[in-house]
Structures are given as C-alpha cells and as structure tokens.
Design a protein around this ligand. Structure first.
Ligand code: GTP
Ligand code: MG
Length: 236
C-alpha cells in the first residue's frame, strides 16, 4: 500500500463528484452546484490533500458541449499519464434514471477502463438514490444485459438522495463514516505506463444518432398532422 491513497472520482456532469469530495473534506474546496450554461461545473482536474489522501476531482466526461467533452477527456488522459505505474483508487459516480443505469454512465466506465487496459479494479458510487432503490438496486444485476465481465465490480456504495442538497451550490452536510470505510477498503488500480486516447467521439455518435432519430420522429409527426388536417377538411 502506498503511503498516500490517491482517490479519483470520475463520471458524467452533475452526478455529484465534487459534492462527495466536499463532504469528505467538510469544506467546499471543490466547486459544485447547478450548471446554468448546460456545461459541467468542474472544468479541470482539481486536487486536495487530506489525512494521507490525495483527493482528485475530474470534469464530467460526457458534457453536452463538444469542446468541454474534448477538454475533459484531455484532462483525464493527462492525469493518468501523470500517475503512470501508480496504484490509485478509482470511483465512478453514477446516478440512475427511473431505477435504470444510463447507457452514458456505462460508456464512461468502458472508455476509462479501455485506456487503463481493462486490468484495473474500480468502485462505483450510486449517488442521489431514491430511498426505495437503496436496498433493491444491484449493479451487477443491471449490468448483466451488457454481457461483459469487464465492467463488473463488487465494490459498490449507495448514497441516498439528500433532498436538502437538491440544486444547491457548495453544500456541506455531515460526513458518513460508512462512506469513509468504503473508500478505505476500495480496491487499487495500477495505472499502466502507456495511456491512449479516450474515445470520446463515441458519445457524439450516440448524440448524433439520437438527433437523427428525433429528426425522423419530427417529420413523421408533421406528416401525421398534415394527413389529419386533410382528412378534417375532406369531411367538412
Ligand atoms: N438531492 C441531492 N442533490 C445532490 C446530491 N449530491 C449532489 N447533489 C447536487 O447535484 C448538483 C451537482 O453536483 P456536483 O457535485 O457539482 O456534480 P459534479 O459531478 O461534480 O458535476 P460536474 O463538475 O459538472 O461534472 C449540485 O447542485 C448538488 O447539490 C445528493 O446526494 N442529493
Ligand atoms: Mg464537479
């Protein structure tokens, strides 16, 4: 074990990465909060030392803004290049949508594991979970549909949604000791010496695909509206 644990949080914008780190430090060192311009709050790697831990915050990877997405990828690549051959602890912070994993979050896990050569162990923190899901939700059960052992992990922690925190900036609440012991017991991942590029364009393809599907739906709706108008005027 290294003298100092390097704790890296990763994930998509708004999942609560910076907020979690602020709870650990009990000070709003990492900027967190609502985004008003549709792009992530954390733009660059930010770190802070605390009690034999180096806490590292990263920008949300799949930002809606293409330039921010590219910048976030470059920042993360730079971080891992800097940490080459080191043992670090990697935490993906994820939120659910109607009790389901979001494909974007799964893609983040896959793309980061890809540059780490799929040899790493990592942890997942489910954040902002509805109380009904705290017991029921199982990561490995929901990941089963992806039919890949590469994205399985046993190191999972769930954080219940804190209603007081909703849309707050730099909010600090009491620190959960269970979170601290989860972090202390989380597996290490050895960063390889060669770090490739994050294939961030895969997010783009998804967005473009969605755009084209939305376009198709819009023209179908237009056609239905026209046909309905025609039918109505024929019936007059
Ligand atoms: N209700 C609730 N809101 C939360 C919780 N955790 C974080 N939030 C809110 O979610 C918003 C986004 O949190 P951040 O910590 O800035 O998210 P981030 O992952 O660092 O986002 P980027 O820096 O944009 O990548 C903030 O308004 C937080 O107050 C939680 O447990 N419950
Ligand atoms: Mg942040």
């Amino acid at each position: 074990m290294d003298a100092e644990d390097t704790i890296i949080v990763m994930g998509n914008p708004g999942s609560g990465k910076s907020t979690i780190l602020n709870q650990i430090v009990q000070t709003p060192i990492f900027r967190s909060g609502l985004s008003f311009d549709g792009t992530g709050v954390t733009k660059e790697i930010q770190s802070c030392r605390m009690k034999k831990m180096l806490l590292v915050d990263t920008p949300g990877l799949n930002d809606d803004n293409r330039n921010a997405r590219i910048k976030a990828s470059k920042e993360i690549e730079k971080l891992f290049k800097h940490l080459k051959n080191k043992n670090v602890k990697l935490f993906f912070v994820i939120t659910l949508e109607s009790g389901r994993l979001r494909p974007d979050d799964v893609l983040v896990i896959i793309l980061i594991n890809e540059i780490l050569k799929f040899e790493s162990s990592y942890s997942i923190i489910f954040n902002k979970l509805e109380s009904s899901l705290i017991k029921e939700f199982s990561y490995n059960r929901s990941i089963a549909q992806y039919e890949s052992d590469l994205i399985k992990t046993r190191s999972v922690f769930k954080i219940q949604c804190n209603k007081d925190m909703l849309d707050q900036d730099n909010y600090i609440t009491h620190l959960d000791n269970k979170l601290m012991s989860f972090i202390a017991n989380a597996p290490y991942c050895k960063v390889p010496s060669g770090i490739g590029n994050i294939r961030h364009h895969l997010f783009e393809r998804d967005v473009n695909y969605l755009r084209s599907e939305i376009g198709k739906l819009e023209s179908e709706i237009n056609k239905i509206e026209k046909d309905t108008k025609k039918l109505k005027s024929n019936n007059k």
